[in-house]
Design a binder for this molecule. Sequence first.
Ligand code: BTN
Length: 246
Amino acid sequence: MKHKILDFEEVDSTNECLKRDYEKLSEGTVITALHQTKGKGRLGREWKDDSKSLVFSLLLKQNIDPERIALLPLLTGCALYNTLKKFNLEASLKWPNDVLLEGKKCCGILLEAITKEKVEALILGIGLNLNDDSFPEEIKDKAISLHQVTGKTYDRLEVLHAFLDSFDELYALYLKKDDSYLDILRNHSFLDHKKVFLNYYGENIEAEVLGVEADGRLEVVDEKGKHLFLNAGEVTLKEVYKKSIE
Ligand code: BTN
């Protein structure tokens, strides 16, 4: 895929920029910025940055298959795993959307769709903590940057180019309906064998994670021994949940 990279000093949100201009921009366009004033996370959360991270969004508008959209955040996680590997970092992947180093989140993925009669475009937003020295009190136990792991300083655009190469490689498989890239998630899944809380069709349940299926669904077993297969959603580690209510 051809990528045109538009690099700004400051924007509200790189996802919002692509949303406003997706009709004029071509497939593969990337918007990145040194700082976002209104960075968005999943589930309506904020994504704050201190100008030391890599924040960008990638526009997809060709070959959109609505039934396969849910695979894209998983694919992106796998591409990020491969990207970090290029910088000698061993990540793990927390299904469905997070990339972790040393058990803490270094990267988040937010996929948004623009839908009219059909899905017109997809916007894949990524925030990767690169050179941050510290994080706000409320997330400092859960967040980490590449710099905190290695002591090195990373070049935003170098990491961005490394990601785009990794993404393109896996996306070419995805377009051929070859989802073998999911093995990366299956082999480096952070949640395997962990006890979690999750919301299943409106019900909060406690379960143990068994693993990621070949099709990307998360298999868990609930307290009654029933096996459930999740397509999407949020899972919270039991220890983390306990901590947040204490
Ligand atoms: C998450 O909640 O984990 C997802 C975070 C996604 C943040 C990125 S930063 C670049 C892009 N622009 C945004 O406003 N959000 C995404």
